[in-house]
Write a protein that binds this ligand. Sequence first.
Ligand code: PNW
Length: 454
Amino acid sequence: MTAPMPTFPAGFRWGVSTSAYQIEGAATADGRGRSIWDTFAHTPGRIADGSTGDVACDHYHRHREDVALLAGLGVSAYRFSVAWPRVLPTGSGAVVPAGLDFYERLVDDLLAAGIDPVATLFHWDLPQPLQDRGGWLARDTASHFAEYADAVAARLGDRVKLWITLNEPFIHLSLGHGTGAHAPGQALLLDALPVAHHQLLGHGLAVAALRARSTAPVAIANNYSPVVPAGRTDADRAAAAAYHALHNRLCTDPLLGRGYPPGFDPTEVPTGTPAVVRDGDLDVIAAPLDVLGVNYYHPSAVRAGTPDDPLPFELVPLTGHPRTAFDWPVVPDGLRDLLVGLRTEYGDALPPIQVTENGCAYDDVPDTRGRVHDPERIAYLDGHLRAVHAAIAAGVEVTGYFVWSLLDNWEWAEGFTKRFGLTHVDFATQRRTPKSSYTWFRDVVTRPTPDQPA
Ligand code: PNW
C-alpha cells in the first residue's frame, strides 16, 4: 500500500453487510417458517460441502457479540437482512411477533452502539409456501412482498436508517431461475424473465408501503459487473453489449424510468398466458429512489455464443488478473469504471450511490497463535476503496461503502467453503476471531477527516 489512503467526504457512511440465511441459523426458532433456501440446502447435491444454513454463524443467538464486533470496528452502519419467513411463515397473512422481536432487539442494540441499522427486506429467502404458489414467477408474490414490507416498517419504521427492498434481483433471477445454481433451482434461461419483472414490481409496491410508514430513505441493491468482450471481433462486442443489457441494465433501466432494455424485455416473453408487464407497472417500478445500492465483486468477460447456444453470449474467464479463492478476478479499477459508467449512462436520473457490498473470499486459516492474517483481503479492499475515491473525484456521488462481510458465513451453493469475513468464524465452536483486515478496516473508518476532527 503505497500512497496513504485518500480522505473521503465528511459524513461518508462506512459499514459492513450480512444476510439473514447466511448468518442467523436458528432455522426453526420462534415460529420461523421454511424458505426456498432451507429446501434447496436440504436437497442432496445442491451445496458444495453438503452443508445447510440451519446453524450458520448462530447469529440469532449471538447477535450481542456480533454487535460488539461492529462497535469495535468503528463502522457507522450495519446492513443486515430481515428473514421474510420469520415475520410471515407462510409468506402472507398473520405476522409472527416473535420474529420481529429479534430484529427489534438487533436494531435497538445497534442504535445504542451508535450504528445506523440498514435493513434489506429480501435477500433471497422466499417463504417456501409462496414458492409452492409459483414464487416470483407469480405476479401475486409482488403484492405479498409489499404486505411483508408494511409489516416490517410498522415495527421498525421509526428506527431503521435506510431501507433496501431487494438484494441483487438479477443474481436471484439468473442463478435462482436461469441456471438453477441457487434456490429455487430452476433452469429456465430467458423464460425466467418474468421473475425480474415481478421482483421489480414488488420493489415498487414495497417502496410505497415503506414511505407510508417511515421517513427513512429507500434503496435497492443491484449487482453490477462491467462487461469486457473476450476478443476484438464485432460478434464478441455484440455479445458484450447483450450481456451488459442483461446483467447491468435489466434491473436498472426500468427503476430509473427507461423501461426494459431491448432483447430482455419480459413483455416479449412468448406465452399464451396473461401479459407479464401490465399498464402502470413501469410507473410503479420507477418510484423515485433515494439511494442506489451497488454491489461489486468483479467484471465479466464474454464472447459470442455459437448458433445453437440458447443465449446470445457465453461467459468466459477474465484472464490477466489475480484471483480470489472463488476464482473471481481482482480488478479494482472495474469498480471505478462501473461507478463512472453509471453516471455516464443515467446522468441526472442516477440517485446518490452507496456501495452496499464489496469483498473477497480467501482461504483464511488461524496461525499457531490463533491469529488470522489476510493480506490479500487488505490489498483487495485497499484497491477498491481507492477506486471509489477516484469515482468521487470524477464527480460521481458515492455516499457510503459496505464490506461484504462482517463474518465468514454460509456462502450459498458454496456452503462454508468460501470465507468472505473481516472476522474469522470457527464453525465448530462459533468462535469469532477478527482478521488483520478487520484491524485495517477499523483504522480506515476511524481516521479523522478534515471536517470531522478526532
Ligand atoms: C452476493 N456472481 O451474491 C450476495 O449478495 C451475497 O449474499 C453473497 O454472499 C456475496 O455476493 C458473495 O458471493 C453474488 O456469480 C453471487 O457474480 C454470485 C455472483 C455475484 C454476487
